[in-house]
Design a binder for this molecule. Structure first.
Ligand SMILES: Nc1ncnc2c1ncn2[C@@H]1O[C@H](COP(=O)(O)OP(=O)(O)OP(=O)(O)O)[C@@H](O)[C@H]1O
Ligand SMILES: [Mg+2]
Length: 239
């Protein structure tokens, strides 16, 4: 079974003043949680902080009973944490298959062939592109490669930074459907999204950050129904 992610009063940044301050959230095992907020709010910084890519000055980040703050990224992957960054998330000159294989380096899955097969059954579009350089794929297909790579270490928790950025509405729906399929396999998903309304529709919980701090948290339904949240973050109109 997967374990709860608990972020408690975390402040972190890039060496200067903290970018996120006293941020707290919990993500229950097997749920989809979404982080929302304006540009520059610190959403990517929060994900990077969980993945040990920033400097944490206060607080605690736990997966189950295990403290992650202070761990190196390379140590997090074997603990079951995997991430897809906001940009540059595939190796363009490497083939799709090689990209997937990179996902096994930090934490080899028990049965690589079985894991690869499971990943390809989630992303069947990639099957006939395995030998193609990832840089030649469409944006949506590249996103699938990046997500597939993140799943190749058999993670318990996947961190996704704007998985639908720059994609057409049709592809956005595909990716969101895929996230629901991934959740069905028991994997916990914490993601950042700009498409707030759609993300809240598939999310179990949402967390809004403003200026590096918690602004609001609730179930997807609660946030969609909240008048302030609607006005400030969802373009006003009722869901
Ligand atoms: N590597 C870095 N070094 C220093 N400051 C950074 C770095 N990355 C981000 N920042 C700063 O941290 C703040 C928050 O950035 P972050 O990328 O976390 O925001 P975001 O909420 O993900 O925004 P967006 O919606 O545009 O992706 C910004 O002021 C940014 O300039
Ligand atoms: Mg960002």
């Amino acid at each position: 079974m997967t374990e709860r992610l608990s972020v408690t009063n975390v402040s972190a940044g890039y060496g200067g003043p903290p970018i996120i301050e006293e941020v707290s959230l919990t993500v229950e095992p097997g749920e989809i949680a979404v982080i929302l907020g304006p540009n520059g709010a610190g959403k990517s910084t929060l994900l990077k902080t969980i993945f040990a890519l920033t400097t944490v000055s206060a607080g605690s980040i736990k997966l189950g009973a295990k403290e992650l703050a202070g761990c190196k990224t390379s140590a997090l992957v074997p603990l079951g944490v995997s991430a897809v960054p906001q940009t540059k998330n595939v190796f363009a000159t490497m083939s799709v298959d090689e990209n997937l294989d990179v996902g096994t380096y930090a934490a080899p899955p028990k049965d690589k062939a079985a894991t690869r097969e499971r990943v390809l059954s989630l992303f069947p579009d990639l099957r006939d592109k395995l030998k193609q350089p990832a840089g030649e794929l469409s944006g949506g297909q590249r996103q699938m490669v990046a997500m597939g790579r993140a799943l190749m270490s058999d993670p318990k928790l996947v961190l996704l930074d704007e998985p639908t950025a720059g994609l057409s509405p049709a592809y956005l729906e595909r990716i969101f459907d895929l996230l629901l399929d991934i959740r069905k396999t028991g994997i916990t998903i914490l993601m950042v999204e700009q498409n707030a309304r759609q993300a809240l529709q598939i999310a179990d919980h949402g967390h809004i950050l403003v200026n590096g701090r918690n602004y609001a948290s609730g179930t997807g339904k609660e946030l969609l129904a909240d008048e302030d949240v609607r006005r400030l973050f969802l373009g006003g109109a009722a869901a």
